[in-house]
Design a binder for this molecule. Sequence first.
Ligand code: GAP
Length: 449
Amino acid sequence: MASEQLEQFEGAATIEKVASLCRRRGFVFPTSDIYGGLGSSFDFGHYGVLLNDNVKAEWRRSMIQERDDVVALDSAIILNPQVWVASGHVDTFSDPLVDCRTCKLRFRADQLELASCGKRPSKHPGEYSECDLTEPRAFNLMFETYVGALRDDASIAYLRPETAQGIFVNFKNVTSSMRVKPPFGIAQIGKSFRNEITPGNFLFRMREFEQMEMEFFVPPPDAEEWHRYWIDRRHSWHLDLGLRTSHLRIRAHEAEELSHYARATSDIEYLYPIGWQELEGVANRGDYDLRQHTEASGTTLEWVGHEERYVPYVIEPAISVVRSTLAFLCDAYDEEVVAERPRTVLRLHPRLAPVKVAVLPLIGKDAAMTEKARSLYEELRKTMSAEYDDAAAIGKRYRRQDEIGTPWAVTIDEQTIADGTVTLRDRDTLAQERIAIDGVRQLLVDRLG
Ligand code: GAP
């Protein structure tokens, strides 16, 4: 596959440029900024919230709404701690870490690029220092907390490191209350928490992040076929929402990199500006989780019906909102020069764009124009995310909308007052068409599909 040969991100984006635009335009801020921030944690501003919401809405549309074999769930973040013992996370959800006795820094042992002389990059880029590393030790990634008034071992609980377990422990509730039968899925979006050690790269690896996970329960003999099906479906989802084919590839895990629960996993990798990285994992978890919870809880989790009884296998597509949002931002980010003026534009798929349409009176101080523009804006915002802007010169207003990725701008000018037409400007082609003001809403609804 040609895409496999690609080594460098094709496009204008770098992580720094995307992060800078996100901050400048109110998508993403470093968290607790005024106190110096907190590693690998970010807050989302207005446009970031809208963009993330659109990513989640598209996931829900494809995984739940447009299917009849997947139901939704929203389980608690803090579960009975026995869940995490049974799932294997208390024992095995860890990274191997090494400490340097000299500089006191801590590194992931599997990410240390040791030179043959035993030197490793120092904390100062470009320098190398002799190193005095400890043996690797397992460091559990789960955040601990206490439930209730006492702070003793019996009250320790965990912030969930994946949403999946909330689904497995609800298997019986769902099968006995909903009209489902394997093959069927349970889908959930919600926050997960991991005490990640390797920081950096903006939204790529965070300590709290929303996951979008779906556990698809199938008869065991059909598991491999369904695994292939979901890898393909999820790959198409990213492409349909605009990621470039050459920036996506599918990579099957080697036996030694499989998680403790997985029989097979394929990652859908995206060529971020920092290189090929996991965007989404699609795992065949076999019957591991349902059997573990059956044994630990004493409640049998199996499918019973139509003269059959078995423990289903589970196929799991799992992705975080932030990895998806970051991939869409990197792919969409573009810089170009138009009429000798530089412009930065986010060519987001219209369904993902935080704002679908901007309504702009050509002259912000003209009462007739602003009145017409406001009334069109108030009509449009009932059906889609819209913005009204009458401040600054029209060119500056267009550039602002280009940077937040607004696919269409409607301009109200003198001719609108005379004949009821407006200009509709396309973010990508910059083409302007003259259309009747009364037809704007329906035209945009049709284009959004
Ligand atoms: N339930 C399976 C599971 O959680 P995972 O590969 O550890 O598997 C699934 O995580 C997805 O969650 C990843 O493919 C990635 O999209 C996202 N993810 C994992 N850790 C993350 C982090 N620290 N920050 C942002 N996203 C993360």
